[in-house]
Design a protein around this ligand. Structure first.
Ligand SMILES: Cc1cc2nc3c(=O)[nH]c(=O)nc-3n(C[C@H](O)[C@H](O)[C@H](O)COP(=O)(O)OP(=O)(O)OC[C@H]3O[C@@H](n4cnc5c(N)ncnc54)[C@H](O)[C@@H]3O)c2cc1C
Length: 361
C-alpha cells in the first residue's frame, strides 16, 4: 500500500474517489479517519442549522469527474430539463438530501469502506522515500484532509450558559441573539423567525452578499493564476479579506427579515439564548497534527497558513518520489476556497497528478 489519506470527511472521500478513478485499487489506499461515514460530521452541522439547500451549485459534489453534476442527476430523476436550465444560469442549488444521497453512493461505489482505518493519526513524520504515520505505517504519498480544528466561540461568551454554537443541535427560545453574519448566521435568522422568536443579529459589520462563498473567478484556473503570483504578504492580506462573512443575495434571504421581530445590534444584551454562528477556530496551529508537523520539519508558514505549492503539496516534503499535500480549509494557500467541495476536488486532482507518475514508473 502506498497512499494514505488522513481525515475521513468529505475532502477525504473526494480524494479517494479521484484516486480510484485514476486507477488505484482500494488495497493501495488507506484512509485514516475517526468515523466510517465520510458525510457524518458535515451532515450533523448542516442538520444543526437546518440547511435545506447547498450553497454550491451542480458541480458541488464528491465524485471524481465534474460531469455529470447534481443538476444532471436531478434532471434524470425529475424527467425535466428545469435543473439543467437553472444550472446554466448558475441558479441551481441542490438540496442537502440530494447531496447526501450522492455522497452515500460515491462511498458505496468507490469501495471506501474497504480502505477506511478507524484510527486517529497524531503524528506525520518525513522518512526516506515517504512518511511515517504514528511512528508505524509508512506511505510514499500522504494527503492531509483534516477539516476544521474545532468550533469557535467569542472568548467573552465562553462559559455563558445561554450560549449554543450554531453547529450544535438546538431549538429556539422566544428571544434569540445570533452572533455572526455569514451563511450559518443568515440561515439561523430565518430559522428562528420561522420558529416564532424575536431575533437580534449581533454583528459589527454588514455581511457581503455573493452567491458562492468567494468571488466566482477564484474557482477558475484563470482567476487563480494571479492569486498564485502574489507575494506572501499580499496573499495573507487576500486570504484574510476572503474570510469576511457573506451569504447569497436574493429576496428569499431578505423578505423574512422585514419584520419588527428582527433587529441588528453591535453586541449581545441579555437575550434568553445566544446562538454563535461564529464558525471554526482558524489556522494550522490550532490543529495539533499540523502544528507538530510544521514545527518538526520547520515548514514555511505565513500568518495562519502553511505555505503550499499551487497544487496543494508541501514544497519541502514533496519531490518525484513522495508527496505530502493538504486538502480542505488548510489548503487555502493554494486554493482560497479550499473549504468547499470545489476545493476538495482541486486538492484531490493535484494529489492524483503527483501519485500517478510514481505508479507507472
Ligand atoms: C453547515 C455547512 C454547510 C456547508 N455547505 C457547503 C456547500 O453548500 N457547498 C460547499 O462546497 N461547501 C459547503 N461547506 C463547506 C465544506 O464542504 C465542508 O466544510 C466540508 O465538510 C470539508 O470537508 P473536510 O473533509 O475538509 O472536513 P470534514 O468533513 O470536517 O472532515 C474531516 C474529518 O477528518 C477527521 N480528522 C481530523 N483530524 C484527524 C486525524 N488527525 N486523524 C484522523 N482523522 C482526523 C475529522 O474527525 C473529520 O471526520 C459547508 C460547511 C458547513 C459546516
Amino acid at each position: 500500500m502506498s497512499v494514505a489519506i488522513v481525515g475521513g470527511g468529505l475532502a477525504g472521500l473526494c480524494a479517494y474517489a479521484t484516486l480510484r478513478h485514476g486507477g488505484l485499487e482500494p488495497d493501495e489506499i488507506a484512509v485514516f479517519g475517526d468515523r466510517a461515514d465520510p458525510a457524518e460530521s458535515w451532515a450533523s452541522r448542516a442538520r444543526a442549522i437546518r440547511q435545506r439547500r447547498m450553497r454550491s451549485e451542480s458541480d458541488g459534489h464528491v465524485a471524481a469527474t465534474s460531469f455529470p453534476g447534481l443538476a444532471v442527476r436531478a434532471a434524470w430523476r425529475e424527467l425535466s430539463v428545469g435543473p439543467l436550465a437553472r444550472s446554466v444560469c448558475n441558479h441551481y442549488r441542490p438540496t442537502v438530501d440530494d447531496f447526501l444521497e450522492h455522497a452515500a453512493e460515491v462511498r458505496e461505489r468507490s469501495g471506501w469502506d474497504t480502505s477506511i482505518v478507524q484510527h486517529r493519526v497524531e503524528r506525520v513524520r518525513a522518512v526516506d522515500g515517504g512518511f511515517e504515520l504514528n511512528g508505524r505505517e509508512r506511505f510514499a504519498h500522504v494527503l492531509l484532509a483534516l477539516g476544521h480544528p474545532g468550533l469557535a466561540l467569542p472568548p467573552e461568551l465562553d462559559g455563558d450558559a445561554r450560549v449554543v454554537h450554531a453547529y450544535e443541535p438546538h431549538e429556539y427560545a422566544d428571544e434569540v441573539e445570533i452572533v455572526g453574519a455569514g451563511m450559518a448566521a443568515a440561515t439561523e435568522w430565518l430559522n428562528a423567525l420561522e420558529a416564532g422568536a424575536s431575533v437580534t443579529s449581533v454583528r459589527r459589520r454588514d455581511p457581503l452578499r455573493r452567491p458562492l462563498n468567494l468571488p466566482r473567478p477564484l474557482f477558475t484556473r484563470r482567476g487563480l493564476a494571479p492569486f498564485h503570483r502574489t507575494s506572501h504578504d499580499e496573499r495573507v492580506g487576500l486570504l484574510r479579506s476572503f474570510s469576511a462573512p457573506s451569504h447569497p443575495p436574493g429576496r428569499a434571504w431578505d423578505e423574512p427579515l422585514r419584520t419588527p421581530r428582527f433587529r441588528i445590534a453591535p453586541e449581545v444584551n441579555g437575550a434568553q439564548q445566544i446562538i454563535c454562528a461564529t464558525g471554526f477556530r482558524r489556522g494550522f496551529a490550532e490543529d495539533p497534527l499540523l502544528r507538530r508537523l510544521a514545527a518538526e520539519h520547520e515548514l514555511e508558514t505565513a500568518d495562519r497558513w502553511i505555505v503550499l505549492a499551487p497544487d496543494s503539496s508541501v514544497p519541502g516534503l514533496t519531490d518525484d518520489a513522495r508527496t505530502l499535500a493538504l486538502a480542505g480549509v488548510h489548503a487555502q494557500w493554494a486554493f482560497p476556497a479550499g473549504d468547499t467541495l470545489a476545493g476538495a476536488k482541486y486538492a484531490a486532482r493535484g494529489f492524483l497528478r503527483r501519485v500517478e507518475p510514481c505508479r507507472t514508473r
